[in-house]
Design a protein around this ligand. Structure first.
Ligand code: AMP
Length: 186
């Protein structure tokens, strides 16, 4: 089962990603966490990504696409994976599709968590991450609108978009996601 989680910063993707990955025993690829680890480790990738992340901008496609596709080529991803935070631009979505297509594979579900902006601001303000200050939060929401929202149409036209109401308790949202993903071949 190949699943993508799509949603603005603060929509609860990370929390839900853990639950889905565990329920279906899928390798979880969280690009934000991968990048933060690279920054922490001071690797080349980390050095190049740092400023973009601190300002709330996206890391350029040419930096992130290779990292993700390499990871997806590993054995544990052969039968499925859960992507959290990727793709975030049309270029990333096309690169992923291209790779899957070459392997006669496809994405089963793009789960889109729908949360109103007022809720997002409240949730992000309470999270306390380095890039969760007000200026950066606004920038990340803007970047989401501009670069990532076009993916909703992209996946919708491919028949794999599953929009989920992302307002509610963690358990309610988990169950909404499960009602979409259950019954799919793992
Ligand atoms: P996140 O934890 O998903 O909010 O990601 C934190 C930051 O990492 C983002 O604000 C971006 O700067 C960067 N990032 C994470 N995933 C991607 C991606 N797929 N493409 C570009 N930048 C990314």
């Amino acid at each position: 089962m190949r699943i993508i989680l799509l949603g603005p910063p603060g929509s609860g993707k990370g929390t839900q990603a853990d639950a889905i990955a565990e329920a279906y025993n899928l390798p979880l690829l969280t690009t934000g966490a991968m990048l933060r680890a690279a920054v922490e480790a001071g690797s080349d990738l980390g050095k190049q990504a740092k400023e973009y992340m601190a300002s709330g901008a996206l890391v350029p496609d040419e930096l992130i696409i290779g990292v993700v596709l390499d990871r997806l080529a590993a054995d544990d991803c052969a039968h499925g994976f859960l992507l959290d935070g990727f793709p975030r631009s049309l270029g990333q979505a096309e690169a992923l599709d291209h790779m899957l297509h070459e392997n006669q594979q496809s994405v089963a579900h793009v789960v889109q968590l729908d949360v109103p902006e007022s809720d997002l601001l409240q949730r992000l303000a309470g999270r306390g991450r380095d890039d969760d200050n007000e200026t950066t939060i606004r920038e990340r929401l803007k970047v989401y609108q501009e670069s990532t929202v076009p993916l909703i149409d992209y996946y919708s036209s491919r028949g794999v978009l599953r929009a989920i109401d992302g307002v509610g308790t963690v358990e309610e949202i988990r169950d909404r996601i499960r009602s979409v993903t259950d019954g799919t071949n793992a």
